[in-house]
Ligand binder design. Structure first.
Ligand SMILES: Nc1ncnc2c1ncn2[C@@H]1O[C@H](COP(=O)(O)OP(=O)(O)OP(=O)(O)O)[C@@H](O)[C@H]1O
Length: 244
């Protein structure tokens, strides 16, 4: 991947038309370097999920431009013919709920995507195992999801998001159900993974526990992004700014 990471320029998204028109994004600009983890915060209804869905090629923006690495994915229209392949190969998703498949063990939950894509089962499982070890959960590789704690399930979900080494990870409230200790552990892991694999990571959050960990934060207000630099401010100063 080139040094570009994620670049979003003038992104707009409108839902509906006429009387039901909603201007969800009114011109979003955002940049995340490879290896960087940024926070995305904003009040309810400000457009955070809409932005993540546009970037994740789940919904189509109305206008603007989005680049992942050296790949222009959207410029007034989709520039990639196969959006499913784009999602599978370039983007890892982590959600609030881990959404693990209940009847597959931990290893197969992580290995499923490459196996479905045609990789040999033994290779996919051995890559899954490597990641599980790196996430310090290798010892639970044969467990079923229901036998894991919430924090352990979220680490498996992170391994699944990383298995194809995507240049981009989009995380939507990944720590919401976790206590402080586990939430900070999950953020620590995402930071370490970003550094190790040069992944650009965007984390949408309301979670006061993790907001002070971000070096850079984008705040969405009224459909536009405002960049805030977290570093240098004390956690309480940051929280005061963001929660106002
Ligand atoms: N499918 C849709 N059709 C019409 N309007 C929508 C649709 N999805 C979202 N919206 C509107 O777009 C705006 C942005 O919504 P979005 O879900 O992106 O906000 P959010 O910041 O993620 O909110 P929350 O923190 O509550 O999840 C809101 O006004 C919402 O009502």
């Amino acid at each position: 991947m080139s040094l570009q990471g994620i670049v979003i320029e003038g992104l707009k998204k409108q839902y509906g038309s006429g009387e039901t028109l909603v201007d969800a994004l009114k011109g979003v600009d955002m940049q995340v370097a490879p290896g960087e983890v940024v926070g995305l915060i904003g009040p309810s209804g400000s457009g955070k999920s809409t932005l993540l869905k546009c970037l994740g090629a789940v919904i189509e923006p109305s206008s603007g431009r989005m680049t992942l690495g050296d790949l222009v994915i959207f410029d007034g229209q989709w520039k990639i013919p196969d959006l499913r392949a784009l999602r599978r190969d370039k983007i890892g998703f982590v959600f609030q709920a881990p959404y693990l498949i209940p009847f597959l063990d931990v290893t197969d939950n992580v290995a499923l995507l490459p196996m479905l894509a045609g990789e040999r089962n033994s290779e996919a499982r051995s890559r899954a195992m490597e990641l599980l070890e790196a996430l310090d959960i290798g010892h639970r590789s044969k467990a079923m999801p229901s036998q894991l704690s919430g924090g352990e399930q979220q680490r498996v979900a992170i391994a699944r998001a990383l298995i194809n080494r995507p240049p981009v990870i989009l995380a939507d409230e990944p720590t919401a159900p976790l206590d402080s200790h586990r939430a900070l552990a999950v953020i620590g892991i995402l930071n370490e993974m970003a550094r190790q694999y040069e992944t650009a990571i965007i984390i949408v959050t309301h979670d006061e526990k993790i907001i002070p960990t971000f070096k850079r934060i984008y705040q969405i207000r009224d459909g536009r992004t405002h960049e805030e630099v977290g570093e240098g401010k004390s956690p309480s100063e940051q929280l005061k700014t963001y929660l106002e």
